[in-house]
Structure formats: structure tokens, C-alpha cells
Design a protein around this ligand. Sequence first.
Ligand code: ATP
Ligand code: MG
Length: 436
Amino acid sequence: MTPEEQQEMLASLPKGEALKLLYDWTFWARPKQRLPSGNWFGWLRLAGRGEGKTRTGAEVIRGWVGDKHAPPIRIALVAETAADARDVLVQGESGIMAISPPWNMPQYEPSNRRVVWPNGSTATTFSGEEPDQLRGPQFHKAWVDELAKYHKPELTWDNLELGLRLGTRPQVVISTTPRPIPIIKKMLSDPMIVVTRGSSYENLSNLAPSFIRRVISKYEGTRLGRQELYAEVLTDTPGALWTYDRIEQYRVTESGCPEWKRVVIGIDPAVSANEDSDETGIIVAARGMDDHAYVLRDLSGVMTPDAWARRAVDAYKRWQADRIVAERNQGGLMVERTVRTIEPNVSYKGVWASQGKVVRAEPVAALYEQGKVHHVDTLPRLEDQMVAMTPDGYMGGGSPDRTDALVWALTELMLDSRPAVLADAASTPLVSPYTI
Ligand SMILES: Nc1ncnc2c1ncn2[C@@H]1O[C@H](COP(=O)(O)OP(=O)(O)OP(=O)(O)O)[C@@H](O)[C@H]1O
Ligand SMILES: [Mg+2]
């Protein structure tokens, strides 16, 4: 129908009918957004940014809950962070509250992390940062949004799976942009998991122009775009400084870490903050008693100078760090002043990038090759940037600010911090720089 014909048809409907149509997901859903038939345990929707992953997850939950007369069920809603569970899954524009019809509207009780429907069904929110919260409770159904971006994807999934045991047909919908992590690869070969793939472009007509400009255009034509827009599970880039396989090989969990000798916060600051600005990279890394490096947290994001300085100082205190190391190419003295406005007494070192990104990153990449750097749990956005660094530059689109912050932190911890005499000793085979 032409837009005019649509208008005319909608206007001719009685009011109640138009409202019913508005909330009729079977009418709006594209075929790939409809619940698959068959006897499956998991429905994995691997799809690009903006494809309608969150909307589909919320609609699946609405369908499972049923109407006012349906028997009540218990549901787990799992997101990357507690804030995402609240702001995206429950209260977001594609979340449960927004898609629920007025005649079957649930109540949200934020203090109980719970959504309650008129029929008594309840959904409790959880996050990939606190998988232990999923130990104990039991559910009939679950929805896991953006699993591939969790800090602790494996543990979250394992705990959830154990709790999915109520009723005759426990089921889970997993909606995520993929990343080549073990849990996703495992799901792809699990016979009880049905997989649906979709690209961002399939939902283009429902996306805001600002989203298309900010997200879609940024990734189009880049290697990372194959993952972010087309939902391809990427393999490693030939010649890249880092590979997913290598990062995976040396990954550890929090409980597998030694005591720290030193902790450093690395910052690659952005000087302006609007929605098109670069991110400020903030990485927390430690040198363990075993003289290996441990990358603990990626706190990067698009922030105002005040906000990133606050975040970095909070991290400095929380991890009892020894130093903040910040690149001062953009912003010069302003960077130090911004940090000191928040906390005058931090130990601060400004560093100047006189060489290109790749040259700076190479010695750090060599430490990874030697198995001396471990990521503590998963650092998805940082890792996606790292594997797109090649000798010819960054192939990811935008600027690799997280990787830059990582390089500063690890250079300080593992390369620069050696006193000159020890650095010399490192080149003689008889004396290890770390055992003197
Ligand atoms: N079949 C559909 N009909 C109408 N609108 C839709 C449909 N599918 C998705 N949408 C709308 O498209 C927009 C984007 O959807 P959604 O937020 O679910 O995407 P997403 O894949 O989760 O995005 P992101 O990658 O940003 O998390 C929302 O406004 C959603 O309501
Ligand atoms: Mg989403």
C-alpha cells in the first residue's frame, strides 16, 4: 500500500481495532522475528546493530507471559549491566514496558528488580557483571540480551542454564550481535539451540536517522562492520597485532589472579563530548606478583572531560592504583588539570605520543605473544578494537581509543617501569630483569 492508502485504511478502523493492530506483534514482526516452531531450548538471534534484537526479545517475553488468564510463570531478564537491564530491557524504547498494551500492562518494581504482570507472572533482572545473582532462583523462561558483550558471559550462561528448570518447557531467547567467543561458537553447534541471523539493513525503515548516521555509517565498509552490521562471526584478521585466539588462550577469571604489585589506570582522553565525539579510553591494568600483566577493566566511553576524570579517579581509588597515565597530545596540560580538579593528590604521568599507534602498540603486542598479558574475564569492546589493529593501521572504523589507553597502561606497567639498568640487563641472556 502507498502511505496514503495505509492512512486511509487505518483511519477507517474502529478505535479499538486500530489499538489492537498497534500491539499485534504477529502483524508487525518480520518472518525472522517470529518464534521458531519445534522443540528447542534456546533461540539464538545473531543480528546486526538496530536489527530489532531487543524488540524481538521483549515481544517473545510478552508472548510467553500471555494474557490475564494465562497461568503465571517466572522469567529471568539478563543484560550486560544492571543499568541496561533497567534502561533497555524493561524501560527502553524497545523494552517490555514500551511494547506492552494498556490492557495487559505490567508493573515495574525497580527496588525488587522485578516486573509483575496482571496474571501474576514475574520477571527478575540480572546482569552479566554479577552472575552469582543467578545462583539459586528458578525460572520457566529467560531472555538474554547482548550476551556477547558481557564481562562474564560463560559464568552468566552456566548459572542461568542451571536455574531454567520450571515447567515442562524451559526456554530462553538470546538476542545479540555476535563476537567470536567460545560461548557463541558452542551455541552455534548446539542441536537444542535454533539460530536466526539478521542484518541491520533488514530493519532500516524503523531506525532513527541519527542511529543510521552514528552507528550504521560508522561501521559500513569496515571489517568490524561485518560483525556489527551483518552479524558475521569473525575469524582473525591476517597479520593483525592481536588475535582473538591468543587473547582467549591466556584469559583468566578473577579468582585465577595473583596479588598485585602495581595497578595503573591508562587514559586516552577525548577533548570534546557530543554524540559524534571519540571515546575516551580508560583501562585498568595490574602487574601481578608473577610479573605478568592483568587487564582488569575497560571503563571507556563517550564522556565529558569532567565525567572521564571522575571515572578514572574512582577507578584509581577502587583498585588502589599507583598511577594514572594519560596521553596529552590532545588537550596538553588540560588533561592533568582535569584529573587534579577531581582529586589533587593522584600520582599522575602525562605521556606524549611521538610515534604512530602501531609502532607504540607493537612491543605491547609482543608481550601478548609471549603469554605475559592476561585479560581478566571478557573485555568485548576493547578486544574488538585490538584485533583490528594491523601493521597498516586500524581497520575498525573510528579511532581505537580503548587500545591506545591499554597500550599506555601496559607500557607503563611492563616496559617503561623497569629502571634503566634492569632494562639493559634484559638484553644479556644471563640475567633476567625480573629476578634481580
Ligand atoms: N518488525 C518491526 N516493526 C516495527 N518496528 C520495529 C520492528 N522491529 C524492530 N522495530 C523497531 O526498531 C527499532 C530498533 O529495534 P531494537 O532496539 O530492538 O534494535 P536492536 O537490534 O536491539 O538495536 P541495538 O543494536 O542498538 O541494541 C525500535 O524502535 C524497534 O521498536
Ligand atoms: Mg538492543
